[in-house]
Ligand binder design. Sequence first.
Ligand code: ATP
Length: 189
Amino acid sequence: MKNLVIFGAPGSGKGTQSDLLVKRYGFKHISTGDVLRGEIKNGTELGKTAKNYIDNGQLIPDSLMIDILASTYDSLCPCDGVIFDGFPRTIPQAEALKKMLADRNTEVSAMLELDVPKEELISRLINRGKTSGRADDNEETIQKRLTVYKNQTSPLIDWYTSEGICHSVKGIGSLEEIEAALCKVIDEL
Ligand code: ATP
């Protein structure tokens, strides 16, 4: 079984590329952002808590996210493979994922980083906000999310590099080109 972490800044295209990889390989897709938006839509207690953080461009606390991740994973697996999209976002989350998978006799096979310049991220997110209606895709919240990414999430690039499984892929160009670059890494695993 393959456990793949798709990684990148907000707007880097993690969700879009995950959908393409799910179609191609039949992997399960865990998007923590989608899980949280589902909870908000259903008006659950978790959704109410999450909304305050998301609308402020902040991360949901690690302990809560780690529980959500484990229960989502166990509801989908055992299976052939999983794409983790939006998790981990902090070093404690990466450590928890490593432990959770080890407890289930498996591991992260690769971390796939989508590398996209900051100006491109901002323009993509502003455009997405116009059509998606996502409350966090406005200019002020986008800036906060990019700062959170830089401070709390991007250190994971070094963390996964020291694990020996960080693969960086250029996240600009056509969707097909980016998908091909990701597939090349996956097929070589
Ligand atoms: P993309 O543009 O690549 O789809 P994104 O970063 O814009 O990614 P989501 O991954 O959908 O959007 O996440 C939306 C929000 O949900 C985050 O800004 C954060 O508040 C919250 N969130 C999602 N995953 C996590 C996580 N692992 N830990 C903490 N908060 C999270």
